[in-house]
Design a protein around this ligand. Structure first.
Ligand SMILES: *[C@@H]1O[C@H](CO)[C@@H](O)[C@H](O)[C@H]1NC(C)=O
Ligand SMILES: *[C@@H]1O[C@H](CO)[C@@H](O)[C@H](O)[C@H]1NC(C)=O
Length: 439
């Protein structure tokens, strides 16, 4: 005996509902089933669901996708070396050049520092040394201020990774040879690399080989020079070989939490750059995109012996005389040089600080060929003022200081310079005393 069964689709939805079956009276069964209200509801529901599903799809094609396309800023080729326009140089001692190290989104400290130096927007010129975004509480606010004051900027490794990510997101070509790392076998590096700032914690592109995971201490000797801070002008007397000027001698211990055995090294994630891309206006992206890797200032700000000035995020190779020939990865990441001949930038912190070699080498050159580098990037070393190199990253993000080097004409045909710092709050959530969250 066979039982013919209607296709499942003909069953009303409640057929599996025992209560519904029970309440069904045989009398209600009819040859010509009147449209059941429940079936009708189901159809309606399906229709509603279909419409509801269509709305976002329509929205995507009609509004969101086109708007995304039309508002995306078109990145331009990376500017490797830009000359600071001489007409923007202060003509008298009224105006000043104000160099500021890695701000890292610390907008409050940035504003305090400007107040501390008595920043005068109509006369003074700001020069940001890269990594003004990421990590800290409000990179967008920093961008707003930088643009409002028409600050000259240098591209740092965080700006670079942001631009690379932006290019990828909008299907644009990132058409330069700026790698996110110092790599194996190149002029600029030979190990898998370790990018980031001070801290071995952060965002940045990359991994470092396990070997560097060894806890290392650099410069254990106690040079805990402390400067008058909190808004006071440092004596401009930092001069020559005053490594002692380092703000802090940090424990160079890597944080074990960053070690990822699956990759055999340290892994950095760049959540911040992604967030900034979401929030930034096309004009703000354009501003970041405009920052050159090197800002050349054809002026003897540090005296006739000091030569001209190159402002750069991380540093320069001493044995590459022409700025345009410098390796972009070096400009963004260099900290140390490797044996045997100091000619290879280290992807880790092994080796000798590039500024040591740089300074020794400048002395061997005729004064007319010397050059002074103003840079940031190396928060772990901290404020590091030497004759031919001025390292201004004083680790604000981690609660130390944000530092400005202020240069102005001395009225006698030369220049003089001084340093100002403000104390920072701890913005690194991993450190004790951490005060505020990210946006
Ligand atoms: C420096 O050392 C490296 C590695 O030993 C070598 O390949 C390179 O030729 C050396 N460069 C100079 C200028 O001696
Ligand atoms: C590397 O640089 C340091 C500092 O300038 C110097 O003392 C050392 O002799 C250099 N090494 C070589 C092989 O040139």
């Amino acid at each position: 005996m066979t039982v013919s069964v209607a296709p499942a689709s003909q069953y009303p939805a409640y057929r599996d509902d025992p209560d519904a079956l029970q309440s069904d009276s045989p009398l209600a069964i009819d040859d010509k089933p009147s449209p059941s209200p429940r079936r009708f509801n189901k159809k309606n529901l399906l229709l509603l669901v279909a419409i509801a599903a269509l709305i976002p799809v329509l929205y995507f094609f009609l509004f969101w996708a086109p708007s995304r396309k039309s508002t995306a800023y078109q990145l331009t080729p990376t500017v490797k070396v830009a000359d600071y326009p001489t007409e923007l140089l202060p003509a008298s001692s009224e105006g000043r050049l104000i160099f500021i190290g890695d701000i890292h989104g610390c907008n409050v400290e940035f504003a305090q520092l400007l107040e501390t130096v008595g920043f005068e927007p109509t006369q003074d010129k700001l020069i940001l040394l890269g990594d003004f975004i990421s990590k800290g509480p409000d990179s967008i606010a920093v961008l707003e201020m930088a643009m409002k004051y028409d600050a000259a900027c240098i591209r740092g490794n965080h700006e670079n990774t942001l631009l690379r990510r932006y290019a990828k997101k909008h299907g644009q070509k990132f058409d330069n040879d700026v790698r996110d790392r110092l790599e194996d076998g190149t002029k600029s590096g030979d190990l898998e690399h370790f990018d980031d700032d001070d801290d071995d914690d952060g965002e940045g592109a990359t991994t470092v080989v396990g070997q560097s995971a060894k806890k290392t201490k650099r410069k254990a000797g106690g040079r805990h020079a402390v400067h008058p801070h909190g808004g006071q002008k440092h004596a401009s007397a930092h001069t020559e070989d005053d490594d002692d000027c380092m703000l802090h001698e940090m424990d160079d211990t890597l944080e074990s939490g960053d070690f990822d055995p699956s990759t055999g090294g340290f892994v950095h994630v760049m959540a911040d750059e992604k967030k900034i891309i979401k929030k930034a206006s096309p004009e703000q992206i354009e501003y970041i995109d405009s920052c050159p890797l090197i800002l050349h200032i054809p002026e003897q700000i540090f005296g006739p012996d000091g030569g001209d000035v190159a402002a750069v995020h991380a540093g320069l190779m001493w044995d590459v005389p022409t700025l345009a020939d410098q390796d972009p990865a070096v400009l963004l990441y260099i900290r140390t040089l490797l044996p045997p001949n100091n000619s290879t930038a280290s992807p880790s912190r092994d080796g000798i600080l590039w500024k040591e070699v740089w300074n020794d080498y400048q002395e061997t050159l005729p004064p007319s060929q010397r050059r002074t580098v103003v840079y940031g990037h190396d928060a772990k070393t901290g404020l590091a003022i030497k004759k031919y190199s001025k390292g201004l990253d004083s680790r604000c993000y981690k609660g130390d200081y944000l530092t400005a080097m202020v240069a102005k004409r001395d009225g006698l045909g030369g220049w003089k310079h001084g340093f100002y710092s403000v104390k920072c709050q701890v913005h690194d959530p991993k450190l004790p005393g951490y005060v505020d969250g990210k946006f």
